[in-house]
Write a protein that binds this ligand. Structure first.
Ligand SMILES: Nc1ncnc2c1ncn2[C@@H]1O[C@H](COP(=O)(O)OP(=O)(O)OP(=O)(O)O)[C@@H](O)[C@H]1O
Length: 611
């Protein structure tokens, strides 16, 4: 568990993420634009409103210039009244359109975010088990949640604001030119400095915000792991260290956030300084124009407004670029997730398995989670239809890995896994998983009642049919005794049920699914004797008439099996039934003897061998 681990080297995935940043940058806009397609009408409405707003803004200096030049000397009350009404009208328009614009932008944002979230969710669900084994849950959550949120300002708010800013800039420049080109030339001195600063700033900001997003996903990942592993943390008394690590991650996040904000921070004062310089230049040039009689007072007043309207957008570009940088850093991370290909892919010509007889053949298979570290080595094993095979062996020697390979959560590196002679790489995943049922050690239940969990295996079944299945496995008495019987809420991941109860629910679920091949990774934790008996009886009934492979931790299961395979270092070292293996006096016989000698009969062979 990573919660207890200290800093570790970057995983392959993180390295890949760092390397991918550059390549993704190029195609970013091309990939982002299609996301806007479903909300294009709403975005167009927001843009149209922005355009009307810009026109309203430009009407104000015109009206003020008109009053100064035409209505003051001699005083023209009618013209002043018209100008005041016009000014009031521009503000009324601003209020009315402002609300409408927010409404359209909000609707577009909701639709866009839901679409991206669903796409990310669907993609995450399609990834292979290996991805989840390697990637911290918090990282995935951070991408699917916060990173998606950060896209919204960039995609919905930025385009209309950018358009409005560009339009204000262009209109202000045109009007300044119309009043006196020399005023525009004066201002033009400021522009190259602003543009260079903006480009440099964008580069810097994008890097900073990428770091902020990455650090945020690290502390989220730690939080998720802590929630998942809270029992262990308490048990080993690592709360203080765990908190210290969280604080360390928060510190990294804050440092990157402060660095990012500091870099962004000096951009605004810098552009403010340039605006002041622009105003000063206009006053000097315009004042000279009035003295020479080439400019009226009203025109100079208008020009001062236009200086703001010209340089204001240049300052807004800073803020817009910051949001763009932040959003594009998150977009890169989302695209990286969306670009992650499932390692296990169904062939286009994958066949639907017919109803199986139930033969399994691990044909000279080799496999390792990392290429350099083989876990299964040239293992050849056949399981006949209807046979019950128990697999035993020391911990960490590859027993559960066989289950992962049979269910095709991972693909073998060499050899092949065959069911009824079909290489499982050539068959559709759905048809394989329908006929190969799995009950794993962790006995995961989903939120809801016991009945809800049973119904997962057979969605159309009535309550009575589900309860009949529980009766058939002799689990009815135990499940009925729960506080609300079959309607008891099992809690998150089944936490309200005991280990034995959870296992029985999983057995009934597997029974309802009625697979031809059943794979069972038995729970290791001890249960009381009567539950143990009940579980063993349910297991026998569940396996009846099916091929079953049981990773056995319990004495009774091993004895009942048709054959027992002993696995050591990823290879089968002994194979036969209980009596045969005892007679061989090999590893199994040793495990058995130690187990038998051990006082507690609930102790597993692995535990016994460790004694
Ligand atoms: N997802 C994974 N990624 C990397 N290594 C793994 C992964 N799962 C298991 N391993 C490694 O593969 C080896 C075999 O693990 P496996 O779970 O098959 O053992 P096992 O015999 O079933 O053990 P146990 O009896 O404790 O369940 C171990 O060294 C383990 O650390």
């Amino acid at each position: 568990m990573n919660v207890l681990a200290g800093d570790r080297p970057l995983s392959d995935l993180e390295l890949e993420e760092k390397l991918a940043n550059k390549a993704l940058d190029r195609g970013m806009v091309r990939r982002l634009l299609p996301l806007l397609h479903p909300v294009r009408r709403l975005v167009a409405a927001v843009i149209a409103i922005e355009l009307v707003q810009v026109l309203a803004i430009f009407a104000r200096p015109l009206l003020i210039g008109l009053v100064i030049d035409r209505a003051l000397q001699p005083f023209d009350a009618g013209l002043v009244a018209i100008a005041c009404a016009g000014l009031a009208g521009t503000w009324a328009l601003r209020f009315a359109l402002g609300g409408l614009s927010q409404y359209f932008a909000g609707s577009a944002a909701t639709e866009l975010l839901n679409t991206i979230r669903s796409r990310v969710f669907a993609h995450v669900q399609s990834l292979s088990v290996g991805y989840f084994d390697r990637t911290k849950a918090g990282r995935i959550i951070s991408r699917a949640d916060r990173d998606v949120d950060t896209l919204e300002p960039m995609l919905i708010q930025c385009p209309p604001q950018l358009l409005s800013a560009v339009l204000r800039l262009v209109l202000a420049a045109a009007l300044l030119w119309a009043i006196a080109p020399v005023l525009l030339f004066g201002l033009a001195l400021v522009v190259p400095v602003l543009l260079l600063a903006t480009i440099a700033f964008k580069r810097l900001a994008q890097r900073s915000w990428g770091r902020v997003a990455e650090n945020r996903s690290r502390f989220t990942a730690h939080l998720v792991e802590t929630v998942a592993g809270v029992r262990l943390i308490k048990q080993v008394g690592r709360e203080a260290e765990n908190l210290a690590r969280y604080r360390g991650l928060l510190r990294d996040f804050n440092t990157s956030l402060i660095a990012g904000s500091a870099r962004s921070g000096w951009f605004a004062p810098f552009t403010g300084l340039l605006t002041t310089a622009g105003l000063a230049l206009t006053l000097v040039i315009g004042g000279r124009g009035i003295a020479l009689g080439t400019l009226t007072l009203g025109e100079l007043t208008q020009s001062l407004f236009y200086v703001f309207l010209f340089l204001g957008p240049l300052q807004e570009f800073g803020d817009l670029f910051e949001r763009f940088a932040n959003g594009s850093a998150c977009a890169q991370r989302i695209f990286l997730l969306l670009d992650t290909e499932p390692e296990i892919r169904e062939l286009p010509a994958a066949i639907e398995l017919p109803r199986l007889r139930g033969e399994i053949h691990f044909r000279n298979i080799g496999f390792g989670y990392h290429p350099a570290r083989p876990v299964i080595r040239d293992l050849d094993l056949r399981v006949a239809p209807g046979e019950m095979l128990a697999i035993v062996g020391p911990t960490g020697h590859g027993k559960s890995t066989l289950v992962q390979l049979l269910t095709r959560f991972y693909d073998v590196d060499s050899g092949a896994v065959l069911v009824d002679g079909h290489d499982i790489r050539n068959v559709s995943e759905a048809s394989l998983r329908k006929q190969v049922g799995v009950v794993l050690q962790d006995n995961v239940l989903f939120g809801g009642t016991v009945l809800d969990n049973l119904r997962l295996a057979r969605p159309g079944a009535s309550d009575a049919e589900l309860i009949d299945a529980a009766r058939a496995l002799d689990a009815d008495e135990v499940l009925r005794a729960l506080p609300h019987g079959y309607l008891t809420a099992v809690g998150p991941l089944g936490a309200n049920l005991s280990q034995g109860q959870r296992q029985l629910v999983c057995f009934v679920r597997a029974y309802l699914a009625d697979p031809v091949i059943l794979v069972l990774d038995e729970a290791t934790s001890a249960v009381d004797i009567s539950t143990e008996r009940r579980i063993q009886a349910a297991l026998r009934r569940l396996c009846h008439g099916r091929t079953s492979m049981i990773i056995a931790h319990r004495l009774a299961t091993i004895r009942d099996a048709d054959r027992i395979a002993v696995i050591r270092d990823g290879a089968i070292v002994e194979l036969g039934h209980h009596a045969q293996l005892l007679a061989r006096r090999g590893i199994y016989a040793d495990l058995w003897r130690v187990y038998d000698d051990a006082a507690g009969r609930s102790r597993s062979p692995e535990q016994a061998s460790a004694l």
